[in-house]
Design a protein around this ligand. Structure first.
Ligand SMILES: *[C@@H]1O[C@H](CO)[C@@H](O)[C@H](O)[C@H]1NC(C)=O
Ligand SMILES: *[C@@H]1O[C@H](CO)[C@@H](O)[C@H](O)[C@H]1NC(C)=O
Length: 194
């Protein structure tokens, strides 16, 4: 490609991201697309877990009791992406991953966190404008369920975090964590379809 085309491809890419990132109505489509892109990068970073690492595999107990619905999905994804970026901001010098792919993955997560933040702010502002702050029983119980889910998700990620720390950020630990995060993203991606 000549520089001109590279520039053009880059521009179109930016343009698409821009359109998507502004529209919170397309939230599920957007989350689905980006999660697939993230899964693809995680796949490309490495193959399956190396044989010598298999005995270190641990059950992190992915909280499958969390089944996000239409209203809670952005909160759950926000939590998941924030926790994932915390994990992948740890020292990866022992991993065998390509630096560029790792940075690409991190940037996608940051982008998503920003996008979700913007949608959450917008929603909260709309609620405020409509003075919808009445003590609705149903909404209240929904908030409680959401809070419990966020807590479970945080505990799940702290198990992963502790594992990495215990294993001194070894190559095996990173491979196991990569596969676990992939599993987690895959699980929650299914809820963008409903
Ligand atoms: C990661 O750890 C290695 C080895 O301990 C060290 O040399 C490197 O500076 C650390 N990198 C970061 C980003 O902390
Ligand atoms: C990398 O692995 C070695 C050996 O397992 C460990 O001693 C070291 O702390 C690890 N490096 C980092 C940056 O954690």
């Amino acid at each position: 490609m000549t520089p001109k085309y590279i520039w053009l491809a880059h521009f179109v890419g930016l343009f698409m991201t821009c359109i998507l990132s502004q529209d919170c109505n397309l939230l599920k489509v957007h989350l689905s697309t980006v999660t697939w892109q993230n899964l693809k990068i995680l796949n490309e970073m490495s193959n399956s877990i190396p044989i010598e690492c298999l005995r270190e595999i641990q059950d992190f107990k992915l909280p499958k009791e969390i089944q996000p619905e239409k209203t809670s999905i952005k909160y759950i994804f926000y939590e998941m992406f924030t926790q994932a970026i915390n994990i992948f901001s740890q020292n990866t010098s022992n991993s065998t991953w390509d630096k560029e792919q790792l940075v690409q993955f991190q940037n996608k997560l940051y982008e998503q966190i920003e996008y979700l933040q913007q949608c959450l702010n917008k929603e909260n502002k709309e609620k405020e404008d409509m003075k919808e702050v009445k003590a609705d029983e149903k909404e209240h119980s929904g908030a409680e369920v959401l809070w419990q889910s966020q807590l479970k998700l945080r505990r799940y990620f702290s198990r992963i975090y502790n594992f990495l720390k215990d294993k001194k950020y070894s190559r095996c630990a990173w491979e196991i964590v990569r596969v676990e995060i992939r599993r987690c993203f895959h699980y929650f991606e299914t809820f963008t379809k409903s």
